[in-house]
Ligand binder design. Structure first.
Ligand code: ADP
Length: 162
């Protein structure tokens, strides 16, 4: 288990400026930041796993210590395979805390060699979530303050006025 490698797992459907802020800050703390898109066939997503990976690769292109990947099944099994020592998650609210608390306890039961660490959202991004951004875009609202500029056209194209 390598404590200088963290895995940042999530849906990233699509990646937002909130996610990107966490990734950028994680790059200052960890040698390698492995962003892992959860491939969960039971949940229908707006963007396919390969589309979500492609968008993450685009927005992280200038960050040399970021790797983009996907995984299915148990996060702790994926972590074991990568050799990473840390699960990184972002926290926005007390609501996030409740679910993250439960997940971190469960993951530590499943694997005693992995540590969950949390990074607080920056105030500018506290209210951004992929789902609310998608809702706004589907009603024709401007999402340019929430989505990285390099993927904005692609996200708008998929969601505009649905
Ligand atoms: P999940 O479906 O696993 O919650 P998300 O893509 O929604 O996946 O989020 C991945 C991680 O990023 C989670 O830890 C979430 O709390 C965090 N996150 C999402 N949006 C923000 C934000 N605006 N600021 C900080 N962290 C965020």
């Amino acid at each position: 288990m390598n404590q200088s490698i963290c895995v940042y797992p999530g849906s990233f459907d699509p990646v937002t400026l909130g996610h990107l802020d966490i990734i950028r800050r994680a790059c200052r703390v960890f040698q390698t930041v492995r962003v892992a898109v959860l491939d969960n066939p039971e949940k229908t997503k707006t963007f396919s796993v390969s589309e979500r990976i492609a968008m993450l690769e685009k927005v992280c292109a200038s960050l040399p210590n970021v790797q983009i990947d996907s995984f299915s099944g148990l996060l702790v099994d994926y972590i074991r395979k990568t050799g990473a020592g840390i699960i990184l998650r972002g926290l926005r609210s007390a609501g996030d805390f409740e679910t993250e608390f439960q997940m971190a306890q469960m993951n530590s039961q499943l694997s005693d060699s992995v540590e969950s660490l949390f990074m607080m959202t920056s105030p500018d991004h506290a209210y951004i979530s992929s789902s609310i951004v998608k809702q706004i875009a589907s009603f024709g609202g401007d999402i340019s303050a929430f989505i990285p500029a390099s993927i904005l056209a692609e996200v708008n194209k998929r969601l505009d006025h649905k």
